[in-house]
Design a protein around this ligand. Sequence first.
Ligand code: GLA
Length: 390
Amino acid sequence: MKFLRLLPFVVALPLAAQQRVALTPPMGWNSWNHFAGRVTDADVRAAADAIVSSGMKDAGYIYVNIDDTWEGKRDASGVLHTNEKFPDMKALGDYIHSKGLKFGIYSSPGPQTCARFEGSYQHEEQDAKTWAEWGVDYIKYDLCSYRTIMREAAAKDPANGEKIQSDLMRQAYQKISDAIRKTGRPMVLSLCQYGWDEVWTWAPALGGNLWRTTGDISDSYLSMSQIGFSQAGLSKYAGPGHWNDPDMLEVGNGRMTAEEYRTHMSLWSLLAAPLLAGNDLSKMSDETKSILLNKEAIAIDQDALGKQGDRVWAKGALEVWAKPLSNGKVAVGLFNRSLEAAPVSVRFADAGAKSSAKVRDVWAGKDLGTKQGSYTANVAPHGVVLLILE
Ligand code: GLA
């Protein structure tokens, strides 16, 4: 008697389940900011090792994400293989998982990625299946060469060009969202299209868990501060399951001062931004560790209420940002974007705090006592004083 061979039974994840894979902003590491196109299997394993040994895993950094340049060629049946830098992606995923971490990868809806490697165009379901087989938990999907397809379509009908481009872009992200949910394997979906077309207004509905709000960050105070402080007004679009993404961290990459990196970490935490370290974790200074591992800054970012902070006051180069926290506390950043030290004040009412509040300085790790109505600190050039008001 012959036995019927049962086909594997895969249940697609409902759209609602997609929100549950990122109830707080994703935390982890991504290869791009430091390794860019040079990243190899060995670098990713070293990052996974260092995330554990440095204490970052225990602090919440869970995702180990390979960015662009892992892709090889498609075989005759269209299956995408890795290039020589990544000899066995399934084994690499297993290694990451064996450490209790999660595994992220990168692709593009276009024929080519930004670094001109093979993209997922017209192979979306096939690629999502491959990722699921490799054990992928997180996919960053970067628009890149798909823009050419959008532009070409728009050029055929200039009167409706803008709408045609917008529709095509949304369809591309919908397609990959459907494809990954069809695999039945939960994956975080990260949209990377640089904030075009007010992506924050439409990404959550199609299953996006985070979306880049700007162009690429680089390791300079100018780039970081322009991106970070330009996030004012976006707070209402973020919440549990769906987050604004002002791009990955540059902390520890060497071209900003410790003060500036603390500004970076503070601002990203107040923004409830994904915290994806972008440095070489196998060579971290104690100073870098002290910034990435500050428990109170991380707790501000990861607060269960899931409210993004916003600017509540600004005058010239001085800004005050506030983020409501779940236990009635408020996190406040006093920022000085100038090159001279300056006093910066927060009026508690502006921050949504009670008129009498216990003040804690996060980076100093000090309780400053109960203050009435407002608090003023002297803030270093390009610096921050990060407070918790209770
Ligand atoms: C784009 C993205 C970056 C990175 C590169 C990789 O520029 O915005 O974050 O993924 O592509 O090529």
